[in-house]
Write a protein that binds this ligand. Structure first.
Ligand code: NA7
Length: 535
């Protein structure tokens, strides 16, 4: 017997909804949160410029009409402080805090086969429950680079993924930023406006598309709220769970466009005349044909050269990996930033970082003296949090070892064979980061809640994914991306684990879209949880 029916790990977007949903079902639930506050990834990543790339009206909970009517978004795409405030509002509105143990980090957990209980060891003591919902985040484990001498730096070292709560003063300082993924691209224009001088250390150039974020005009939000039923219905039917403008719309527009390979030079030029860098990538064959992708990249380079005045800098900003292999980035004034007198781009393809020294960063091209170094170097995505937690399943197998040896295997992204009664929210093989995270997450939590309800109603103590069903699922998910540039050898991204040294390479998203994924999950549930062993 345990005090709880379900332990939820994490109090970010997923953990908060899991706690609410399961508690509403009459279950005794406790959420464990390492931080002292709610918000998860959206609390930790509070760096200047942090913003969501999906519209606020869609990047928000849809399960509560009251919440969506009461909360006031001020911008079309929400900035980090507003998302964090929203999650705090939700926690208060649903009275969630009373069931969250803050400052409680899960250190290890093991499945006790005799009692059919997960036993958790945490920084706040022991917990036990038959079910665990791991809402521990897909981008919650920062990847600290292994650069020699990092600790020797005499100035200030900052990490975007655990940005300080207090104000950071960069005014007039010599700042270096390492990393030009989504985080770097959001941060760099903001830091450039404050710093005395900004040096951008770029290992891989990014594909990034300009986007205007607008303040919601008086009455605009009211209009959207009045249409909420239709907005949510459109979202639910949409492959990426976001029917309005988002980082994903670019990819979807592209799929419906004519091929670049048969386009005339005039047609190609017209595309960048009319839509700049966006027009350069908008061709139907780019996603499937690496040659087409390279042609679009060359055109993209021409579009950059129309913005960035220095030809060498413009050339250095042209990516060498295929477009779409990493998450499309949307930015506000990224390329224009490189026209500022106080910004220098250091293209590490001409000579890598050798070490961090007490004075700054030493590269094979020369030394740069700095007052502040900002690391925007990414995450051990999707599997990182659970791999580090020392999760032991049947026969004492460690989940981290299992994934390291076999690759990030999972059945539906919801469960891993040999780890009974552990539900992984947005695990590998689910739509997760290939779609609107919040929409995909709601589907997961609802499926998990139904599943736990079913098990209890039918007197089952355990549910475990079958290895065969897991293998078939992984094959199915992998077959979807096989014909695309996502599996090209030059495609190194956190989506396939290539950013983490030693991590087994496998594309971790499910790309047939949320509606198809939901249909399959519902069918599996309706067939008595096909592919799972219930005992
Ligand atoms: P990303 O997209 O993984 O970007 C990390 C960046 O840091 C990328 O440019 C890396 O270069 C660079 N990096 C990492 N290690 C190093 C070292 N040692 N030296 C130089 N450069 C380095 O993470 P983000 O935080 O930007 O975005 C993650 C997701 O968050 C994003 O997709 C959104 O979904 C939200 P590389 O490309 O590996 O050559």
């Amino acid at each position: 017997m345990s005090d709880f029916d379900v332990i939820v790990i994490g109090a970010g977007f997923s953990g908060l909804y899991a706690l609410h949903k399961l508690r509403d079902q009459g279950l005794r639930v406790r959420a464990l949160e390492r931080a002292d506050a709610v918000g998860g990834t959206w609390r930790e990543n509070r760096y200047p410029g942090a913003r969501c790339d999906i519209e606020s009206i869609e990047y928000s909970y849809s399960f509560s009409e009251e919440i969506q009517q009461e909360w006031v978004w001020t911008e079309s795409m929400p900035a980090q402080p507003e998302i964090e405030a929203y999650l705090n509002f939700v926690a208060d509105r649903l009275d969630l805090r009373r069931d969250i143990a803050f400052g409680t980090e899960v250190l290890a957990m093991a499945f006790d086969e005799t009692d059919a209980l997960w036993r958790l060891e945490t920084s706040g003591g022991a917990y036990a429950a038959p079910f665990v919902v791991a809402a521990s985040g897909i981008l919650s484990v920062p990847l600290e680079p292994d650069i020699p001498g990092m600790a020797s730096f005499a100035g200030e070292s900052l990490f975007t993924s655990r940005w300080p709560d207090t104000d950071v003063d960069l005014v007039g300082k010599r700042v270096g930023v390492i990393g030009t993924g989504s985080t770097g691209v959001q941060l760099i224009p903001v830091v450039a406006r404050e710093a005395g001088h900004l040096s951008v250390f770029q290992r891989s150039a990014a594909f990034t598309l300009p986007w205007t974020v607008h303040e919601l005009a008086p009455g605009e939000l009211d209009g959207l709220k009045a249409d909420y039923a239709d907005i949510r219905a459109a979202q639910r039917a949409h492959p990426v769970g976001a029917a309005r403008l988002s980082a994903f719309s670019v990819l979807l527009d592209m799929l419906a466009s004519p091929p670049i390979k048969t386009a005339t030079r005039e047609e190609q030029l017209r595309a960048i005349d009319e839509r700049g860098v966006m027009g350069a990538l908008n061709w139907g064959d780019v996603f499937f044909d690496i040659e087409a992708n390279r042609m679009a990249t060359a055109l993209y380079g021409e579009a950059i050269a129309r913005i960035v005045e220095d030809p060498d800098t413009a050339a250095a900003l042209v990516p060498t990996h295929p477009f779409a292999c990493k998450r499309p980035i949307i930015d506000q004034g990224y390329y224009e930033t490189f026209n500022r007198d106080n910004v220098t781009l250091i293209d590490l393809r001409n000579g890598p970082i050798v070490s961090v020294t007490p004075r700054g960063i030493s590269t094979a091209q020369g030394d740069v003296d700095l007052d502040v170094i900002i690391y925007a170097t990414g995450f051990d995505a999707m599997t990182g949090a659970l791999s580090r937690m020392k999760v032991r399943g049947l026969q004492g197998v460690l989940l981290g070892d299992y994934w390291a040896e076999e690759g990030p295997l999972s059945y539906l992204g919801l469960a891993v064979a040999g780890f009974p009664n552990l539900f992984t929210v947005q695990g590998p093989g689910s739509p997760s980061a290939a779609t609107n995270f919040v929409a995909a997450m709601e589907q997961h939590i609802e499926w998990i809640a139904d599943c736990i309800g079913y098990l209890r109603a039918h007197g089952y103590r355990t549910i475990d994914a079958q290895p065969g069903a897991q293998r078939d699922w992984v094959e199915h998910a992998t077959s979807l991306v096989a014909p695309t540039v996502l599996t090209h050898p030059s495609c190194n991204s956190w989506y396939n684990g290539a950013n983490v040294p030693g991590k087994k390479r496998m594309y971790m998203g499910y790309t047939a879209g949320i509606p198809e994924y939901r249909r399959r999950c519902d069918e599996i549930a309706a067939n008595g949880y096909q592919g799972f062993t219930l005992a």
